[in-house]
Design a protein. Structure first.
Lengths: 338, 421, 438
């Protein structure tokens, strides 16, 4: 055994190393697979099922991009990333895009050399407490023990919030969402804080969700969105406009059910341009004409994805709220496809 | 007239570099040196290229920025307005603190278990064997997680300590005269306060409490005085054959000054009290800390027990028999004859166990205890995105700690080593 | 006549009495109890404490085990079943989860229809180890041990057979070159042994591989690294790390023993650096930094990166173990080698290393046990280890929310069985080897 194996591995490593391709798009096409960074397991957003197949709201974005670029929504390799490893995985090229409920902030966009391509979920940090505590507002949490995941923006928000309100708290840091649930349920903390959507997902999974309430205060803005590496604008455009296509599809009433029908041509020039009936928008980003069609077919439009993964009919039961279309009082507003 | 001609001038041929053993080692070293340096240069060059490509630089100025996050356990004053460097220091002290306590507890457990495992008591010996084998063969990560789970599942929540106004009784009562309250989030223990203390000297690193300084000084003085007393007793014994009773004098000398100083400073225990959500007044020792401490101590304790057992078995049977022949009782034989000799065998592997424990303390990540990895290698790394700097710095610090521990312990090892002539 | 006798002597025993039974305290169970449990007050107290401990543990945990549920589809069903059979407030173990998910603890997400491959690799591992551990077996079997790593890599990851073959061919070429040149110069031979395979891999493999794949596409279904998890991952990393670290460890150990100052310094610095930092920081290097150190654009998957760092980690520890083995060899062996006129490499290869490695085997096994336990740390870089990764993932399922103790017990038991048997084996080996040296 001995010498052979070590050198052998090095040899294999050198072989597989290869030289960087010119652009992420070429690289993905050459590989035939999209490497997508996701959460290690957050029900509704990204979680593997019993067979290791991933599904969820964030996962749907990966699938849409894979469908747009490679023509097959299943050609995705999901790379589970922790709060610690996600940005480095992206920067180092281990993943092509990050769809892991990451907050778009100034420093991440500039200093960390990431490009957030848009917002797929408008979120904010909230608190969940046991009903029996009798707390109705986060302002009453003075002196409480708060469970908090490390490596996220939440710990900074939390520190700021308690400081601004001149209150004290005991941070109980935890490593993963699973650990946080366990600690919270065992009563190791009075309040559990994370993004409100995450809280809802967590609460939905409890045996007794009715005994826990999410406090009304949202203490921060958390626009969550997919991110790509800084510097490759073409790739950034592809991911950005795939997301926009999903949002626009909902706005124009294009669904996975009627998309094939509509692709034959409609009265609405906007839809025609989106689905490649009119003009050739895809070519401008290095894709073909049907890219948006495939992306929409992969999992439906934004509304369909939302309803299927985290919407009110799912156990997580999130309302659209800020994430409704701008026409319905929400914040989703995509630039025009022209 | 022939004179012996000189030996041919030792001309240097290139092939000597390989075939001449005088030069060969030099050749090999030079080649290796060049190869290693080339390798390092290659790595550094790659790093620079990668950094350039990402548009990042390599500097540690992020350490002086505001940290912005809170740390659950801090041995020196820290708020979220302090710098990342300060947060790193807090984490480092937390690492050292849990390692030091862990080493101490593990040693105590190890000695007890190691000795008891050799006991003639059938049940105790078996139990200790089960303990050692179970803990040694299962990853320490599991023990840390189990400790935390036990603490959170088995202890009451602070709320249960609340006195129910209807019945006038609390669900559970605190331990030790209402001074210690284990809960599922922390253990509330009394804190020490000096009512008319001397204050503290504020240094940039940490405030130095004059009160504790005074107490430590009193203790040092007492120890010195006690040594003098014992030396005197020895002299008397040598001269007259009768050893004067010293135990009560020793006790008085050791405890007297400290008690006097403490009372003069107005020593007072602040007992924890349930207010609002949590206990206040005392010190709350987080469960993450206790779980890590417990898990590390129990795990390492099992290894130390084996080391102690091997050490004792290494002392020849004749030593024990000789001690018995002198009329020493078994426990005194153990403490006066066997253990001191076993120590020589025990110390070197003990050092490596201490090192292991210190390194394993980085598993704090599993329970969210904010150690060096949690601060510098965790939140700071994440908030600033300086993984290269943060991880290199963290490795360097761990390396320093390890080298210091092995250095100190080696010095100790030299003192207990059998002096050979 | 007899009267006089009777008067002068009061009593004469004429027949021996039968032996009395030993006092009740000196026989059977009572004696055993007295000697082993209640010999003196301290001992008695210890016994009582021990009994109390056992009693508390049993009374606390036995009901939980007794109420075990084996058939259920979710945590809620488990709880309902326990309540139904044992009344309100009863708690019970829910082994149904293990029953449903055991394969994920063992294989991770490896495709179920291909489970035979890891199982075959595991069984073959013993075949490969046998000739190394049992010297009485025919030496021919060592040939299999040598090619085993490549077989294992191919079986686990699947894909075309040609890249693996190419690696093997590379080694073969290197070996040939060494054989050919060793007659001229041992240094030249070593240089060639390294250079030839590297050149072969760099320049000949690509075209050759393409050619062979197009002519003879032999292969099995490929399995990506991200399907690895559970004990399959732990064992792959553990065994792979140890096997790959052996050559590096030997070189480092020899380097540390060397008289050459620079070589010794490099070895010492490397060993002490690796041993001085926690494994978890090295894993972070693997996941966060390794890509910085390699040429821009280099990218290979996290398992391989972890393996590289784990190999370096293991090598430092193995080097210390082997150094112990080298130090334990009697000085005479070195002198004898010198006296025979063997050069350094020949002496090491023929005399020193075979003996030093043999006495190092127990230490290597211990290092392996430690490494195997440490593989659980890969969970912190996002891999699915059996202790935390897999259970956390299972808990993310709605059905198994809140299951906590069962996975710990299950995984802990497997770790215990594997490690305990290995440590017993290494102790046996140690005893055996000791006898050899007397």
């Amino acid at each position: 055994m001995k010498k052979s194996v070590f050198l052998g591995t090095l040899g294999v490593a050198c072989l597989s190393a290869g030289i960087a391709a010119a652009s992420t798009l070429d690289e993905v096409k050459a590989r035939g697979e999209l490497n997508c960074g996701v959460n290690t397991g957050l029900v509704g957003f990204a979680a593997p099922d019993a067979n290791g197949n991933w599904s969820g709201f964030d996962v749907a974005i990966c699938k849409a991009v894979a469908a747009a670029v490679l023509g097959d929504a299943s050609k995705v390799k999901y790379v589970p990333t922790t709060g610690q490893t996600r940005f480095t995985a992206l920067a180092s090229g281990e993943i092509d895009m990050l769809a892991r409920n990451s907050t778009w902030t100034f420093s991440r966009d500039t200093d960390l050399k990431l490009d957030f391509v848009g917002v797929n979920y408008y979120d904010g940090q909230g608190f969940m407490v046991r009903k029996e505590l009798g707390v109705t507002s986060a302002k009453e949490l003075d002196g409480a023990s708060v469970c908090i995941q490390t490596g996220t923006t939440t710990e900074l928000n939390l520190a700021d919030f308690f400081k601004a309100n001149n209150m004290s708290y005991q941070p109980i840091t935890i490593d993963s969402n699973a650990e946080g649930e366990q600690q919270y349920l065992a009563g190791a903390c009075d309040a559990y804080t994370t993004d409100a959507s995450g809280l809802a997902a967590t609460r939905a999974a409890f045996a007794d969700p009715e005994n826990h309430i999410i406090l009304p205060e949202i203490i921060s803005k958390e626009p969550l969105g997919p991110a790509v590496r800084h510097g490759d604008n073409q790739w950034g455009d592809i991911v950005r406009w795939t997301l926009n296509a999903l949002i626009a599809a909902e706005e124009y009433g294009v669904t996975s059910a009627n998309v094939d029908e509509l692709a034959k041509g409609t009265e609405n020039p906007e839809i025609n341009r989106l689905l490649g009936v009119e003009g050739d928008l895809g070519a401008m980003t290095g894709l073909d004409k049907d890219w948006a069609l495939r992306a929409i077919k992969a999992g439906g439009n934004y509304g369909e994805i939302f309803a299927a993964t985290i919407g009110e009919s799912t156990p997580i039961g999130l309302a659209r709220g800020l994430n409704a279309q701008w026409t319905q009082g929400g914040l989703l507003y995509t630039p025009p496809f022209r | 007239m022939t004179s012996a001609s000189d030996a041919p001038e030792p001309g240097f041929r290139l092939s000597q570099l390989i075939y001449d053993t005088r030069y060969r080692s030099l050749t090999i070293q030079v080649v290796t040196f060049i190869l290693v340096m080339a390798g390092i240069a290659w790595l550094i060059d790659n790093t620079i290229q990668n950094l350039n490509q990402l548009g990042k630089d390599f500097n540690f100025s992020f350490l002086t920025n505001r940290a912005g996050y809170d740390i659950g356990q801090q041995l020196i004053p820290y708020t979220n307005d302090n710098t990342h460097a300060r947060a790193m220091l807090v984490g480092l002290l937390n690492t050292l603190w849990v390692s030091a306590l862990g080493c101490a507890t593990a040693t105590v457990i190890g000695i007890f278990v190691g000795v008891l495992r050799l006991s003639k008591n059938w049940l105790v010996a078996r139990l200790m064997t089960i303990y050692v084998e179970t803990f040694r063969n299962i990853p320490v990560l599991l023990w840390i997680l189990v400790s935390l789970a036990l603490l959170t599942e088995l202890t009451p929540s602070p709320n249960e300590y609340r006195i129910n106004p209807a019945t006038g009784e609390a669900g559970v009562t605190m331990w030790l005269f209402d001074s210690i309250a284990p809960t599922n989030r922390y253990t509330a223990v009394p804190s020490v306060e000096f009512t008319h203390g001397l204050g503290a000297i504020n240094t940039a690193f940490a405030p130095i409490s004059l009160n504790y300084l005074l107490i430590v000084m009193a203790l040092i003085g007492s120890f010195w005085a006690n040594r003098r007393l014992l030396a005197h007793a020895h002299q008397v014994q040598d001269a007259t054959g009768v050893r004067p009773t010293t135990w009560w004098k020793s006790l008085l000398i050791l405890l007297g000054p400290v008690v006097v100083v403490a009372l003069a400073l107005g020593f007072k225990l602040n007992e924890p009290e349930l207010k609002g959500f949590n206990f206040v007044g005392g010190t709350n020792v987080s469960n993450a800390f206790v779980a890590l401490w417990l898990g590390l101590s129990l795990y390492t304790g099992a290894f130390i027990a084996e080391i102690v057992r091997a050490g004792i078995l290494a002392v020849s049977k004749g030593q024990t028999e000789a001690a018995f022949a002198l009329g020493l009782r078994p426990n005194r034989t153990m403490s006066l004859v066997v253990l001191p000799q076993a120590l020589r065998v025990i110390v070197p592997p003990l050092i490596s166990q201490f090192l292991n424990l210190t390194k394993n303390s980085s598993l704090a990540i599993a329970v969210g205890y904010m150690d060096l990895r949690g601060t510098l290698g965790g939140i700071t790394l994440n908030q600033t995105g300086r993984e290269l700097e943060a991880i290199l710095l963290m490795m360097l610090i761990y390396l320093m700690i390890s080298l210091t521990i092995s250095g100190v312990m080696n010095v100790y090892n030299n003192t207990v080593k059998l002096k050979e002539r | 006549m007899s009267d006089t006798n009777a008067q002068s002597t009061a009593f004469v025993r004429e027949a021996m009495l039968p032996a009395k039974p030993a006092p009740v305290t000196q026989v059977g169970a009572v004696r055993w109890l007295r000697e082993n449990l209640f010999a003196g007050p301290v001992n008695s107290a210890l016994t009582l404490i021990g009994m109390f401990l056992v009693y508390t543990l049993v009374t606390h945990f036995y009901p939980w085990f007794r109420h075990s549920v084996w058939n259920a589809n979710s945590m809620a069903e488990c709880r309902a079943a326990v309540t139904a059979s044992f009344g309100d407030g009863a708690t019970g173990a829910c082994w149904a989860m293990i029953r449903e998910r055991w394969h994920q603890f063992i294989f991770g997400f490896y495709p179920p229809e291909l489970y035979w491959r890891p199982i075959a690799v595991f069984v073959l591992l013993f075949v490969a180890l046998a000739p190394i551990l049992f010297t009485q077996l025919p030496r021919v079997m060592l040939g299999f041990s040598v090619i085993y790593p490549l077989v294992a890599i191919w079986l686990l990851w699947g894909g075309s057979i040609w890249p693996v073959t190419m690696v093997a061919v590379g080694f073969g070429l290197g070996w040939l070159a060494m054989r050919r040149l060793s007659a001229y110069s041992s240094i030249l031979a070593i240089v060639a042994a390294v250079l030839v395979p590297v050149l072969f891999w760099l320049f000949a493999v690509g075209p050759l591989d393409d050619l062979l794949t197009s002519v003879l596409p032999i292969g099995i279904e490929p399995v990506a690294s991200d399907r690895f998890g559970g004990f399959l991952l732990a064992i792959t990393i553990g065994v792979g790390g140890i096997v790959m670290s052996l050559p590096l460890g030997i070189i480092l150990a020899l380097g540390r023993q060397s008289d050459m100052f620079l070589i010794k310094t490099f070895s010492v610095v490397f060993i002490e650096f690796i041993r001085g930092v926690p494994l978890i920081t090295l894993l972070f290097v693997a996941s966060l930094l390794l890509n910085y150190f390699l040429p821009p654009g280099t990218n290979f998957d996290i398992i391989l990166r972890v393996m590289i760092l784990v190999t370096m980690f293991a090598a430092a520890y193995i080097a210390e173990v082997i150094r112990g083995g080298l130090a334990a060899l009697p000085r005479g062996q070195y002198e004898a080698a010198d006296a025979l006129g063997l050069d350094y490499w020949k002496a090491q290869r023929l005399i020193i290393l075979p003996q030093a490695l043999k006495i190092s085997i127990p230490g290597i096994v211990s290092t392996f046990i430690g490494m195997f336990k440490d593989t659980t740390l890969v969970t912190f870089v996002g891999l699915f280890d059996p202790l935390k990764g897999i259970p956390d993932f299972i808990r993310a399922d709605f059905n198994w929310k809140g299951i906590y103790w069962e996975p710990f017990i299950f995984v802990g038991a497997i770790f215990f069985i594997l490690n305990f048997s290995m440590s017993r084996y290494s102790m046996y080996l140690e005893r055996k080897l000791k006898r050899d040296h007397r």
